[in-house]
Ligand binder design. Structure first.
Ligand code: CUV
Ligand code: SF4
Length: 636
């Protein structure tokens, strides 16, 4: 049976549009190694699960309802399709929110220890950012010492997690009318721990069985992610490691170097990566690498922490989520170190096949068969030095042939919200700011956030790239994060000269400012930058009073993770029309689906949309943007 599987022929061009990934998938197949693309092709998605029509919340079940006729049956306890789907959705939000907020909490832990003087390896690198974040939540900054402000900031931000009553600190950044909508519906988050606990409780068997009430808690929990945990993660990372500014950096597998020791860091929390940067630049370790016959040590990122250091320091990025197995097939990766989230368990087996040293580093995320070298923020270099040493060992004894796809894509990355404000902000032109002005005068039709994962159920990168091309062609400025940003970087859209692909109005703005039509903002937690940019657009004026009034839309065209659902829900709850691709965990003819896709908008929030086809997705987003323009009276 296994033999038969290996012989099965695949057309790898149907799996991906990333040439480097295709080349490596072919190589892996020739080497007799299987990847997630093949596994997805072999294992059809479960149709009942895809529709979220099953429940396993208790042992009277699991219960399966009928997708074709969803109201014909109920679960053993009597739970309806709306209850079951809403509870399943709630648990996705809970898990996604937990991932981002726990990441934010790790950052806050480091920050606390830096402030207390107990960590020497990191320091407050961006004092200006520290002061502006503190001031944004009402901390006095005038004439005060940095460390005093930092102590207060730590204490305030801790409330994002531990507060049991009241509102999380960053609600101070939410436009007044948006916040009024949240208050009216009782969805202002108290503290992330409380919201996640409550959503888990409410989705237990026999508790909340009113889909509308469950969706309220979904919003409240998701907002604790977007305006809470994710925002803390972004802001603290900027304070400790520097706020990104645009820089030219490279993406793709061609940045692996055959004559160097190659190390990839893949995961989400920047701490590991920052210390790895120090380790690969340590003269002693570089000397060791040279002794071993290497020309030097070469560090690359993958997935989100990769997207973060790409933005922050210009460290090259090897590829997005669906390239993590493929890159190992190059044989050039001497070590891969991972921390948390989006790490395929199959990477261990893949690494074994190609002799890559694979390390887990976070106590939260061990993988059976992987070597665990624990990372401690108090002595981070112990871990990262060891990984480098092991990588050098592997370089000395590279087992197989090395094949590196010769693809390198340069582009501009690192658009923090501060920089977007600076670049398109100021008051030197017109009555508002260039961004708002250009939206009002119609050169820019609107702004779209295109974000999220890649997924082997669709052709890798293709949906992202086609959607973004269609949007900019129609004068919609695109902001990006995560794996989507990497897809567009590989397609060359992060270069200022990609403005030729934009409509006349957007192209003119890009040429005047010298920016690309697609702005890369960083990792998934950096979606919080997009929220802040939206709030800023409202604050500046001329585009309505709440985020829901703005001519903006969001999309995750190739999403796969529960984190994506949490992100989608916080954008929707913040007032943004958000379209997902691939599949959506609801049945169209149900009340729950209608609430997400229509009802929420009537209540003053945004709403969900779904389209698998990128052109249809673009049309939906542009129609929405036009509808908002019309309501603002700035049509045409
Ligand atoms: Ni957090 S969540 S695949 S790495 S964007 Fe990439 Fe980004 Fe999705 Fe994961
Ligand atoms: Fe079935 Fe209800 Fe138990 Fe879910 S909670 S498994 S629907 S009996």
């Amino acid at each position: 049976m296994a033999e038969e599987k290996k012989k099965k022929e695949y057309n790898f061009r149907e799996f991906s549009t990333c040439e480097a990934t295709i080349q490596m998938l072919q190589k892996a197949a020739a080497d007799g190694v299987e990847t997630a693309f093949q596994r997805a092709a072999e294992m059809k998605a479960c149709p009942i699960g895809a529709d979220s029509a099953c429940c396993k919340h208790c042992a009277m079940g699991p219960c399966r309802l009928n997708s074709k006729d969803p109201y014909s049956k109920v679960g053993v306890c009597g739970a309806t399709i709306d209850t079951i789907a809403a509870r399943n959705f709630a648990r996705m939000v809970a898990s996604g929110c937990a991932a981002h907020t726990d990441h934010g909490m790790s950052m806050l832990d480091v920050f606390r220890e830096v402030v207390n003087g107990r960590i020497a390896d990191y320091k407050i690198k961006d004092e200006e950012k520290l002061r502006s974040v503190a001031a944004s939540i009402g901390i006095e900054v005038e004439g005060r010492e940095t460390m005093e402000i930092a102590k207060d900031l730590y204490e305030e931000l801790e409330r994002t997690y531990t507060q049991v009553d009241g509102e999380i600190p960053f609600v101070s950044r939410v436009p007044k009318k948006t916040l009024e909508t949240w208050r009216k519906h009782g969805v202002v988050p108290r503290g992330a721990m409380r919201e996640i606990m409550e959503i888990m409780h409410r989705s237990h068997m026999g508790v909340d069985q009113d889909y509308e009430n469950i969706v309220k808690q979904c919003s409240r929990t998701a907002l604790a992610d977007g305006w809470g945990g994710s925002m803390v993660a972004t802001e603290i990372s900027d304070i400790l490691f520097g706020t990104p500014k645009p820089l030219v950096a490279g993406v793709n597998m061609g940045f692996l170097k055959e004559d160097h020791v190659n190390i990839i860091v893949h995961g989400h929390e920047p701490n590991l990566f920052e210390s790895m940067i120090d380790s690969v630049n340590d003269p002693e370790l570089v000397a060791k690498a040279k002794e071993a016959g290497a020309a030097g040590i070469n560090l690359l990122g993958m997935c989100c922490s990769g997207a973060e250091v790409l933005s922050r320091h210009g460290v090259p990025h090897a590829g997005n989520f669906m390239s993590t197995e493929a890159v190992i097939a190059t044989g050039a990766v001497d070590a891969m170190a991972v921390d948390v989230q989006c790490i395929k368990q199959a990477l261990v087996q893949m690494s074994e096949c190609y002799g890559t040293k694979f390390f887990t580093t976070n106590p939260r995320a061990k993988i059976e068969g992987a070597q665990h070298v624990e990372f401690h923020e108090h002595e981070p270099r112990k871990c990262t030095n060891k990984v480098v040493e092991m990588a050098i060992e592997r370089f000395k004894n590279r087992p197989g042939r090395v094949v590196i796809p010769q693809r390198r894509d340069m582009g501009v990355h690192g658009f923090s919200h501060e920089y977007i404000n600076y670049m398109l902000g100021g008051t030197f032109r017109g009555s508002y700011t260039p961004l708002n002005d250009n939206i009002i005068n119609g050169r820019i039709r609107g702004v779209a956030g295109v974000v999220g994962c890649t997924n082997p159920r669709v052709k890798q990168d293709w949906v992202h790239v086609e959607l973004v091309k269609e949007l900019i062609k129609n004068n919609v400025l695109v902001v990006q994060t995560g794996c989507s940003q990497i897809a567009l970087a590989k397609a060359g859209l992060m270069k200022p000269d990609a403005a030729v692909l934009a409509g006349d109005g957007l192209a003119e703005v890009c040429e005047t400012v010298g920016m690309p039509p697609v702005l890369g903002c960083g990792s998934c937690v950096d979606n919080s930058r997009i929220l802040i940019a939206c709030a800023e657009m409202v604050r500046v004026g001329g585009l309505g009073e709440s985020i829901a009034d703005l001519p903006v839309a969001g999309a995750a065209p190739e999403w796969m993770s529960e984190k994506a659902i949490s992100i989608g829900q916080y954008f929707v709850a913040s007032g943004v029309f958000t379209v997902f691709g691939v599949t959506f965990p609801t049945i169209k003819e149900t009340k729950f689906h209608k609430l997400l896709f229509e009802g929420l908008e009537q209540m003053g929030f945004g709403k969900w949309g779904f389209a698998a086809d990128p052109y249809e997705m673009a049309r939906m987003m542009i129609d929405h943007i036009d509808k908002k323009r019309e309501a603002l009276g700035i049509m045409g």
